[in-house]
Design a protein around this ligand. Structure first.
Ligand code: NAD
Length: 276
């Protein structure tokens, strides 16, 4: 299935659907990531803290795909924001993934209370200059910290990966991203199973109208907004189903109705990045 790519502000591009492997057990990661690659995903989102980078690397090698055909993202954990720690963490992630460069390296959380995110951002710039990573970005940055790293370095993240789904659509950050040319990535795009999102009548009615599933409707909504979505599933049928969302075109009315599901701060399912 043809998954569109969106341009990044550094001249590269990124497939709009990625296979996310948060909470995927290390022992099954190579298998399920392999299934995703066979289904047609060309973008995998992992992190050091997920403990499954080596399984992702195994799947990449087993797939027989060219290295440059798959967009690989991993992330710098909170305990390694200091310069030398961040360099070592990136090298260790590459070692576990078995590749020479990741496509995208993200600071996993700003963790403002530690106060080291600017040092981490400067180090990601260095990692890109040294060729260990191709594009750099951030995840879970509150607006003040996002603006601070841009002002301090003049370097705009290519991507900001944040919790985002119809109950928590992050209007304010998306507008700032649009102004700066930052691509928004949605984590928990399906709501992580923490709410009734996939049973909401606005979603199920659109699904019925298109002979699609609720998950496909939600993913098609992300894509319609130009957002990169990273659905996770270890169920073979759902892995395929989620990718096929790329072919679903919602009407403007359906998109507007889903936009109307915004619950503001009450819609947040995960940790508020400002509190870390
Ligand atoms: P998600 O919204 O993708 O939800 C995943 C869950 O939804 C699955 O476990 C399953 O129960 C259900 N599901 C999946 N496909 C379905 C389908 N077709 N029909 C019905 N139910 C379905 O949540 P997530 O895994 O937390 O987030 C996706 C990815 O985002 C992660 O795997 C990870 O790569 C990334 N992520 C990043 C951060 C971060 O801090 N940067 C945090 C969480 C997740």
């Amino acid at each position: 299935p043809p998954v569109p790519s969106v341009p990044l502000n550094d001249g590269r591009s990124i497939p709009q659907l990625g296979y996310g492997v948060f909470k995927v057990d290390a022992e099954v990661t190579a298998d399920v990531t392999g299934q995703a690659l066979r289904a047609g995903y060309r973008h995998v989102d992992t992190a050091r803290i997920y403990g499954n980078e080596d399984g992702v690397g195994q799947a990449l090698r087993d797939s027989g795909l060219d290295r440059d055909d798959v967009f690989v993202t991993t992330k710098l954990w909170d305990d390694a924001h200091a310069h030398d720690d961040a360099i070592a963490a990136a090298e260790a992630s590459l070692e576990r993934l078995g590749i020479e460069q990741v496509d995208l390296y993200l600071i996993h959380w700003a963790a403002p209370s530690q106060g080291k995110y600017l040092e981490a951002w400067r180090t990601l710039i260095e990692l890109r200059e040294r060729g260990l990573v191709r594009s750099i970005g951030v995840s879970n940055f509150p607006l003040p910290q996002l603006e601070e790293i841009i002002e301090a370095t003049g370097e705009v993240p290519a991507v900001h990966q944040i919790e985002l789904h119809p109950y928590f659509p992050q209007a304010e950050l998306r507008e700032v991203h649009a102004r700066h040319g930052i691509v928004t990535e949605s984590w928990g795009p399906l709501g992580q199973g923490k709410s009734d999102l996939l049973e909401n009548p606005v979603i199920t009615e659109a699904a019925a109208a298109h002979d699609a599933t609720p998950a496909q409707v939600v993913l098609a909504w992300h894509l319609a907004h130009g957002i990169v979505a990273l659905p996770k599933s270890v169920t073979p049928e759902r892995i395929v189903e989620n990718l096929a969302a790329a072919e679903l075109r919602l009407t403007a009315e359906e998109i507007a109705a889903i936009d109307g599901l915004d619950r503001g701060e009450a819609g947040r399912g995960g940790t508020d990045p400002a509190t870390k």
